[in-house]
Every structure is written in structure tokens, then in C-alpha cells.
Design a protein around this ligand. Structure first.
Ligand code: FMN
Length: 364
């Protein structure tokens, strides 16, 4: 069924303007008669953040911003879904066009700017499906015009803790002016202190809710030192490395689209994203697990991401170019590696190449 859906839909989706294609893909997932969640091979199970993931492959934030299809995404084989980014109040984001495909590079540039239906709508949908189980996290962000950014995050944690498996504090999207400045040490320390405080305050009713921090791949290494130090001292549960990049690698071939403002994702992001992941892994020293995102578009690149330091991986742009078949390909590759190496789980791969990756020349 998934294979059929993929083969019928992809040529058609490709012909559409990228944002229309995305809207149609969401509608198809919503209405397709999908089979129930199929069990995964036990060797793909990952336990981190106190949660059980049936497999380590997640949908990255931005694909299902408004929680329209989390259960369909679990049914097509993902081990977890990160809904959002959701903002407290609805906002429309930047004017269209604001999403561009770099076909020659298998990359995407977006400057959506947190288009969100807002917390009320997303909360309603997550509450309605909370009893279905499965790992569904929520990625939260501040409204563009908010008078108090940190207060936005605090309020969203309080509201979503009861219906989300985990909460990701997103301060790394390049399309909300000034947002990434929250990665700066003094602001970040205040933000994380108040975020963890909010989580603790609602825990008696909401239960335990892991809080993750999603960072930009464009941080300098001294800034990364600070970010990891603060994340560790504030005892957050994990980090996602990372978001889209505002840099434009020299390798890009789709020159026209590459000039568009916004965050670049997909294959051209892979070297930088892996480098930042490995740099983060060596700094975290096992204090918490990492989620690796950026440039995964094959089984090999997913395994490489785990070896660079990720306990879990997330994909978005790879789905645009490879379709849903990418999920099965990644699982096959991971299981083949486990079989070949006689391993019972993925844990021994996590970070196995981190030191080696940090010793390579900086990606250009
Ligand atoms: C169209 C689009 C929208 C995105 N929206 C969000 C978002 O709302 N919040 C967020 O944290 N990341 C967002 N991202 C970033 C992805 O979650 C991911 O970190 C990044 O794209 C790298 O992964 P990829 O190379 O597999 O796409 C978005 C990415 C794309 C392509």
C-alpha cells in the first residue's frame, strides 16, 4: 500500500509548486486507507528519554506542523513523530513563495517563518489522539510579535506536557528574526531554567515529559561549548542537532534557488550536520542522548548519523526526494549492519565514529 501510494503520488507531487505538493501529501496521508502499525524487529528498539521507540527513525519538525497526521506517519513506519513547530497564537508566516526545491542538489530551502495554526488547534488534535499511544513529541516556538519569548515557551510546555511524549524547545529556526540569539549563553540559561521549572511544575498532573533542545548547525564551536555546558547544568533530557543552515555549501549546483533566503536542508546539509552532531556528542560525554537530523536520504546516511553520535534520527527533506520507501530502506540497512556485526541492538554504533568525524577538515 505504502509503495503503491508512493509510486502513484510522487511524479504528481513533483509537478506541483512545493508548498502545494506538501499540502497534498498531508491530505493523502490523512485519507489513505493505511494498514495498522506493523511491528518492527526488536533489534531496532531504542530506549532513551525514558521512552520506548520501536525504531529510531522519526519525522522531523515542520512536516506536520499542526498535528494533522501523526498517527498516519506512525502507520507508515516511523518510530516517532515530532509535530510542530507550534506557536502560542496562530500566525501565517512569511509571504509565498517560501519553499524551494534544489533538485540538482537534493536540497530544500525554506523561509516559512513558523506558519502555525496555534496552540489551541494543535492541542485539541493531540488530546484527541493521546490514548492511541506511539511516541509523538511537540516542537515549540515563540510568536514573531510576542512581547516575551521565554514566556511563550513556558506557557507551551505547561499546556502540551500532558499530551506530548516529549517537548522540543526550538530556538534554531533561521526564519524568525532574532530567534537564534536565544542560543546565546545568558538567554539560554534563563530559558532552560524556566523551561525545566515549568515541566516540574506540571509533572504531578501531566507525568514526566522529557525536554529537548534543538540547535542550529551554524553555531561556532565556542558557542557550542556554552550551549552544551548550559544544557548539562540545567539537566535537559537531550538535544536535536540540528536545524537547517543559513550557509550555502560550495558544492551547490542549483544556483538560482540557492540564492533564496532561508534555511537549507537535505543532502547538502549532511556534512555540516554530521560534524556538529559529532562535536556535540564529544562535548556531552554521555550526559544525555542526541537526536540527529540533517541530510539523511538513504540507509547508509542514517547509519552514518548514528555512528556520528545520534541515538535517534529524523528525516524531512529526504522524504521529498525518496518518498516513504526511505523508511524501509533505512530499517533494512540498519538490520543488515546488525546481522553482519552480530549485534543485538544499535547502542554500540552510537557515536562510534564521533571522534573520527571531529578530526576531519571542516566541511565547506
Ligand atoms: C519545509 C521545512 C519546514 C521546517 N519546519 C521546521 C519547524 O517548524 N521547526 C523545526 O524545528 N524545524 C523545521 N524544519 C527543519 C527540520 O526539522 C530539520 O531539522 C532539517 O530540515 C534537517 O533535516 P533534513 O535534511 O532531513 O530535512 C523544517 C524543514 C523544512 C525542509
Amino acid at each position: 500500500m505504502i509503495d503503491l501510494l508512493d509510486r502513484l503520488a510522487r511524479p504528481f507531487l513533483y509537478a506541483l509548486e512545493p508548498e502545494d505538493a506538501h499540502g497534498l501529501a498531508i491530505r493523502m496521508l490523512r485519507f489513505a486507507p493505511l494498514p495498522p502499525v506493523a511491528g518492527d524487529d526488536k533489534r531496532l528498539t531504542v530506549r532513551v528519554f525514558g521512552l520506548n521507540f520501536p525504531n529510531p527513525i522519526g519525522v522531523a519538525a515542520g512536516f506536520d506542523k499542526n498535528a494533522a497526521v501523526p498517527d498516519a506517519l506512525l502507520r507508515v513506519g516511523f518510530g516517532f513523530v515530532e509535530v510542530g513547530t507550534v506557536t502560542p497564537l496562530p500566525q501565517t508566516g512569511n509571504p509565498r513563495p517560501r519553499l524551494f526545491r534544489l533538485d540538482a542538489d537534493r536540497g530544500v530551502i525554506n523561509r516559512l517563518g513558523f506558519n502555525s495554526q496555534g496552540a489551541d488547534a494543535v492541542l485539541r488534535r493531540l488530546a484527541a489522539r493521546a490514548q492511541f499511544g506511539g511516541v509523538v513529541g511537540i516542537n515549540i516556538g515563540a510568536n514573531k510579535e510576542t512581547p516575551d519569548r521565554i514566556a511563550d515557551y513556558v506557557r507551551l510546555i505547561e499546556r502540551f506536557a500532558a499530551v506530548a511524549s516529549y517537548v522540543t524547545v526550538n530556538i534554531s529556526s533561521p526564519n524568525t528574526p532574532g530567534l537564534r540569539n536565544m542560543q546565546q549563553a545568558a538567554v539560554l540559561d534563563d530559558l532552560l531554567a524556566r523551561a525545566i521549572d515549568a515541566r516540574e511544575r506540571v509533572a504531578p498532573n501531566a507525568g514526566p515529559t522529557p525536554v529537548l533542545l534543538k540547535i542550529a548547525p551554524d553555531l561556532s564551536l565556542p558557542d557550542l561549548d556554552d550551549v552544551v555546558g548550559i544544557a548539562r547544568s540545567r539537566r535537559i533530557d537531550g538535544m536535536i542537532v540540528g536545524n537547517t543552515t543559513v550557509t550555502r555549501p560550495k558544492s551547490l549546483r542549483a544556483m538560482e534557488q540557492a540564492k533564496e533566503a532561508g534555511g537549507l536542508s537535505g543532502r547538502p546539509l549532511l556534512p555540516l550536520a554530521n560534524r556538529m552532531l559529532a562535536e556535540t556528542f564529544v562535548r556531552v560525554e554521555g550526559a544525555f542522548p542526541l537526536v540527529g537530523a540533517g541530510g539523511i536520504d538513504s540507509g547508509a546516511s542514517a547509519l552514518g548519523k548514528i555512528r556520528a553520535g545520534a541515538s535517534l534520527v529524523q528525516v524531512y527533506s529526504g522524504l521529498v526526494f525518496r518518498g516513504l520507501g526511505l523508511i524501509a530502506e533505512i530499517k533494512d540497512t540498519l538490520l543488515a549492519a546488525l546481522g553482519r556485526d552480530g549485534q543485538a541492538s544499535l547502542v554500540d554504533y552510537v557515536g562510534a565514529d564521533a571522534a573520527a568525524v571531529t578530526a576531519e577538515p571542516w566541511p565547506k
